[in-house]
Design a protein around this ligand. Structure first.
Ligand code: ATP
Length: 236
């Protein structure tokens, strides 16, 4: 059974139809990427799955439950967390407080403290910056914090929106190494990325989204070799 199953999902912002009936699945332990041009609807897809944007029609199932229309906080409780486009760090809260916000669904204090330690092992810079306000961090540090904050809810599925946006190549590699490591530990990831090549290298499968419709899905290695994909998304 898929961990996530999106079926014929339609989403509109007033008169603007952003998703015209898309379907996708993520299996347990899988990294799936959605590639597509600006405005294709990638962010809308993630925001709808996480309960932040309203469904017009269609359904979303997660971990055996229908989550269509469920409030976002309940979806987090079921084990689905999002690292949003633009990171959305709380700028005046410290790094540690940002991490605690990610654990808002939990009240196991000792376990939360131990998870904060784990996040600092994974992202040592967050330990150094622990008492600094989130807003003073560099872009790369904020991205790490956004991922770590999402992980604080102990998700089964991580939605990751544009993690490489605006970051130096070296930091991008670090972020993708973390995605690989999380996946090695068994976490499923649904990844949206402008950098389609990086995304397809880390993913098991990919979907191509064009103006609100899924036009193709295949193993990531096949998409990397596909002439049309190379021409349209890989800058060849
Ligand atoms: P990008 O990479 O630029 O973020 P995207 O593939 O993630 O693009 P979306 O941001 O999901 O695309 O946008 C899909 C469509 O919905 C676009 O036409 C966009 O202009 C529109 N849209 C997105 N958010 C809103 C909003 N809050 N209000 C109105 N229209 C929106």
């Amino acid at each position: 059974m898929p961990l996530l199953e999106v079926n014929n999902l339609q989403v509109a912002y007033g008169p603007i139809v952003a998703l015209q009936g898309i379907s996708l699945t993520v299996e347990p332990g899988e990294v799936v990427t959605i590639i597509g041009a600006n405005g294709a609807g990638k962010t809308t897809t993630l925001m709808t799955v996480s309960g932040c944007v309203k469904v017009k029609s269609g359904s979303i199932r997660f971990d055996g439950q229908d989550i269509t229309g469920m409030p976002a906080d309940q979806i987090v409780r079921l084990g689905l967390a999002q690292s949003p486009e633009g990171r959305k760090i709380f700028p005046r809260l410290t790094v540690r407080e940002n991490l605690l916000m990610g654990a808002f669904t939990r009240n196991d204090k000792a376990e939360i403290a131990s998870d904060i330690k784990k996040m600092i092992e994974m992202f040592p810079i967050l330990g150094k910056r622990s008492h600094q306000a989130g807003g003073t961090l560099s872009g790369g540090e904020q991205q790490m914090l956004a991922i770590a904050r999402a992980l604080m809810s102990r998700p089964k599925l991580l939605l990751l929106d544009e993690p490489s946006l605006g970051l130096a190549p070296k930091i991008v590699l670090q972020i993708f190494d973390i995605v690989r490591e999380l996946n090695r530990q068994g976490m499923a990831v649904l990844l949206v990325e402008q950098n389609a090549r990086m995304a397809l290298k880390v993913a098991n499968r990919g979907y191509v989204l064009e103006t609100g419709r899924m036009t193709m899905t295949a193993p990531a290695s096949e998409l990397l070799d596909d002439e049309r994909i190379r021409a349209a998304y890989l800058g060849e």
